[in-house]
Design a binder for this molecule. Structure first.
Ligand SMILES: [Ca+2]
Ligand SMILES: [Ca+2]
Length: 188
């Protein structure tokens, strides 16, 4: 196993002082897990970009009254939310995906929750809150990016633990240090 050049460690250490701010609004890559409240709804809603979401592994029996995907400021305010995507009545899903372009002028900004919403009743068939993806660079899991994450990464690397295999090629090489540094720089 190769040891890490001291000069690279020095570089990484310098970078560690610049901790990016945590994102506050739903951003690309954030996901919401739909709870199952009615009509067999479940799935994972992914923020593709500012104006596009996608429901993966989507299950819904296609029944109800006027069924739409709704965005809400939180899971308690879909009644004052907005409808996006097609009419889902008569559109059963059994594990497929549904990509939704948000209406003109609407971005995901400020819409923290998503529901499969029966407009007429009104009632939620399943809902979830958008969450940031797990932050791999936060090696010690304290929710912040600090020098201790670099040290934790180095410890895993030196121990031969594949938790440090950041480029996923099954080996521990200098490229894992570079991949770690990139994710650290990108922030969480
Ligand atoms: Ca940390
Ligand atoms: Ca690797």
């Amino acid at each position: 196993m190769s040891r890490t050049p001291a000069s690279l460690i020095a570089t990484l250490t310098a970078v560690a002082c610049a901790v990016p701010a945590l994102a506050q609004a739903p951003a690309p890559g954030w996901t919401a897990e739909l709870s199952t409240l009615s009509h067999g709804v479940r799935g994972t809603v992914v923020v593709v970009d500012d104006t596009t979401i996608r429901i993966d592994d989507f299950f819904f029996d296609g029944r109800g009254l006027d069924v739409r995907v709704y965005l809400g400021e939180d899971e308690g305010s879909f009644a004052s939310g907005i409808a996006v995507g097609p009419q889902l009545l008569g559109m059963p899903f059994a594990g497929g995906s549904l990509t939704i372009d948000l209406p003109d002028g609407v971005t995901i900004d400020g819409w923290h929750a998503v529901s499969i919403w029966c407009v007429d009743v009104p009632v939620s068939f399943g809902q979830g809150t958008f969450m940031a993806p797990p932050c791999r660079a936060d090696m010690d899991g304290d929710g912040e990016l600090t020098i201790f994450d670099f040290l934790a990464f180095q410890n895993e690397f030196d121990a031969g633990d594949l938790a440090a295999d950041f480029d996923g090629d099954g080996e521990l090489t200098i490229f894992d240090f570079l991949a770690f540094q990139n994710e650290f720089d990108a922030g969480c």
